[in-house]
Design a protein around this ligand. Structure first.
Ligand SMILES: [Zn+2]
Length: 126
């Protein structure tokens, strides 16, 4: 994966192709998800892009009753912080069945419109 586009572009391009990619610091091995130019733990700019399998566990969940105008038609919906198995925490919209803390979920790339894809998760039946 080329780094010349910047971490946010790289992340968005991964998402558009249906992949949840993340960065892992080559200096201290911290994994992080929100695209950054440097490691949030040690500040090193030396990192590797990796692809997550996308499975994880709900760490916290909130029901959004009054979202910003762009998402008002969708309300209410759940937004969860998910502990992804690869060792980072990701925020995403919950699709399908409601979840609670501890629910096993799997990542999916939620196509919002032609331009944008967002991180989403749905419950997996175990
Ligand atoms: Zn680091």
């Amino acid at each position: 994966v080329t780094e010349t586009l910047g971490p946010t572009r790289t992340f968005d391009e991964g998402l558009r192709s249906g992949r949840l990619i993340y960065q892992r610091c080559n200096a201290c091995s911290t994994s992080f998800h929100r695209p950054r130019l440097a490691c949030p733990s040690c500040g090193s700019p030396d990192f590797t892009w990796l692809e997550a399998a996308g499975t994880g566990t709900v760490y916290s969940v909130t029901t959004v009753e009054r979202p910003p105008p762009a998402f008002r038609a969708d309300a209410p919906f759940q937004v969860a912080l998910v502990d992804v198995d690869e060792g980072f925490r990701a925020m995403g919209r919950i699709v399908g069945e409601p979840v609670s803390i501890g629910t096993s979920v799997v990542f999916l790339a939620d196509q919002v419109d032609e331009q944008s894809v967002r991180v989403a998760f749905e419950a997996v039946s175990s």
